[in-house]
Design a protein around this ligand. Sequence first.
Ligand code: ABU
Length: 910
Amino acid sequence: MSFPNDQIKIICVLLALINVQFGLSAEEIKFFAKNVEPSKNCSNQICSDGIFKWHKSKTKILHVGGIFPMVGGWPGGQSCLPSAIMALNQVNLNQSILPNYRLKLNWFNSECNPGKGISNLYEMLFHKEKNEDDIIMLLGPGCSDVSSSVAEVANYWNLTVLSFGSSSPALSNRKRFKTFFRTHPSAILDNPARLSLCKQFNWNKIATLQDNKEVFTSTVDNLEKEAIQFGIEILDRQTFTNDPTYAVKNLKKLDARIIVGVFYEQEARKVFCQAYKEDMLFPKYIWMIIGWYSENWYLENNHEISCNQTEMEIAVYGHLTTEVQFFSNEIYEKLDYGLSVIDYNEFFRHFVSSTEWKAYSNSFYKIDYKYKQSVPMEEMKSLMDIYDKIDNEQSNEIEKLGGYLERSLAFDAVWVMAYALNETLKEFGNFDNFQISNYTISNFIKESMKMTNFKGISGMVTFNDQGDRISEVLYEQLQNVSGSLTYVKLGNHFKKNFNCCKNISWGSSLHPPIDGVQRKIKINKIKTIYSMIFTLLSAFTVLIGILCLVFNYKCKNRKIVKNSQPTLNNSMIFGSILCLVSVLIQSLDKSDLPTTTFSFICQIQESFLLIGFTIGYSSLFSKIWYVYSASIQKKKNKDIFPEKLKNYTIVVIMVLIDIVFLFVWIFKDPLQKFTQKLGDEMGESDEIIYEPEIHICKCKHEIVWMGICFSVKGISLILGLYLSYETRNSKIEIMNDSRYAALSIYNIVVLSVITAPVVIIIRNQLDAVFCFLAFSINLCSLLTYALMFVPKVKHVVKHTIEQDIHEDLIIETMLKEKKEKYLALSVTNHNLNEKIEKKKDFLMRIEQILNPETFCNETENQPSGDDYDEFEEPEDSSSSSLKNNNSLMRLSFKNFSFKKEISNIIQHET
Ligand code: ABU
């Protein structure tokens, strides 16, 4: 054999390596069909060697390679091999097709394993009998992954590969698989069918779960593309290799309800066992899987999984399947090769239950066991058991065979092969000594394949440019029919025509399930009850404010009003009304308003609140300020009656500051409608989750603006608090309500200090913010009205204007009397002061007298004879002490003289 190029040499080395890996020697690996080939015998023009039959005239052999998956992910060879042999016999018995030539199938078991598939190809190409022709075509492989490997390699020998069981969309790549054809339609046909079904039941979110094999990856790749056209969202794409546990768990976490699963039946059992454990069951969860698994696939090989039969039945109940149509709709119509679908089915059952087939299958199992240690013994044994049980009656055992549905594709594939080879034979006259290197023949075979067009068991057999077939897709559902699980046909999908699903069941539910928890956007608004309560309350407060204004106006001539600076009180009421209006604006339902209008209302609301607060608060502040400055002035004996204009100055300045601030704010960074998402909320049922959001007024540099605003207001509040405290004992006649103003300021400070931070902290709770703010503003306003007006109203109610005048008169008289008294007292005071001065002089004189120095000078002056006479001398005296007695007597006399003088002065004074 000559190699077409160097690449092939490399592949040969690889194949050799694979062979080494399996540990089989070339001698050991014999094509086992050959080993069991019984001796040939011919009678009545028909020759047979056990299961194979041919017309006696067909003396020449055309070798056809075969790769069948007898076990593994998709053990389609179990049905497709007998079906292919049936077709082979038909062809070989038919003299009009391939005259003189009979097809001889050299087949291998790939076990649905790409490595083994390559090894099989290697065996076919390099371990043939001496003088035996090369294989002219390859029937199979069955599994897509095996086909991908084999077809890519076969391309280098220009070997035409015709698969009966490969669904992978990846195999439609003509550049990669130049010589590949298949009677199995591509799995991409299932995708529009799946998506149409989803649309039908309004499932707009689906998830996919796939085995990590090229066949399934390319199917899901295509599904993702198609889904975009259908407007269906692929929520998630989970992939697994061998163990789907975490993939299934993830789907549950993501709340995927509609799951398209693509995997072989081995993995399907694991997936559904896990789905059972996760409680991802019908009808809440809809599993949409491949429909070509064998009958009762979920009950097979349960030792691989940890679910028992009942659990598996619960898990798979209700799932939906899609599968391409494997049989022609015209089941009674005789097809080109003389059979109808009905005939074929009967023939197949008869063939598989025949003793020839049983002998054949049993012997290749034994040989397989002898030579191929890697064959999974358990699976092969159970296959033999199934074959053994199949009888010619109507038992369902036959349906348990892998590839039971696809058997028609293998049958048609052999016919495709036969027709193409027949055409080639016609062209070249013979296939004598066919060598695979004969590109002329193999190219012609390939071209003939493209021309295929006949009515087969599986419908019209033609290939498009990619070597694919177009087919109808069937929908089925596993339903509970009279107590047993049965696949029920629901309808079909063909070339965008959707025809389904009158007899679909939703189990315990009347309606199709939803495609996931419905996430609904819920715009949180202020609850009507709250907005009603506070709208009414605010309206009431506004009314009270207006009544106070009216009172001020009506009683403007009453002294109690006149002396309360009514204009400041009016401006205070006006300010509070603005704040209340801002509450009313806030209570409006603005959620449906366009963004610009919403933003405009934000500015208005914010401006009303700010300006309103400033006017209201600064009016009260002015009163206190007035009292405070008056008391200072009074201390300095200055003008204690400042001009009226001064009262408004503070209000005007504060409002001007606000206006400038608001202007800059709105101009630089206006408040905008901002949608704030809140945490998810569970709906009425576990099918609905609300995504609440609120629309609030926000600007980019909110912190900066709030900071400035709160700082300014904070300072004015602290100042107000201080002034209120300082003026607590001050009273000014023309500001008769200054104490109430001070109390009102205390209220405002306390409520502002509580409200502002709380409102900022809970700003996402629309109801709470609204209620808190509205309550604060109303409370503040009502308390201020009460403090400022109740005493006045009470006074006005209790006193008539005449009483007021009378009281004024009394006060005036009293004042006059007091003034007179004051004057009299002033005179007395003056006199007393003078007296005090005199006393002071007197005391000074006494001090001078008592002063010792003064005393010595005085002793030199002798008292007068009169004074001395008045003084009594002591009787008892001696001569030595006479002198001292004299001096003592003199002092006593002196003392006596002073006393006399003092008493004279006192007498004089009094
Ligand atoms: N219907 C069987 C498909 C198997 C495969 O594509 O691998």
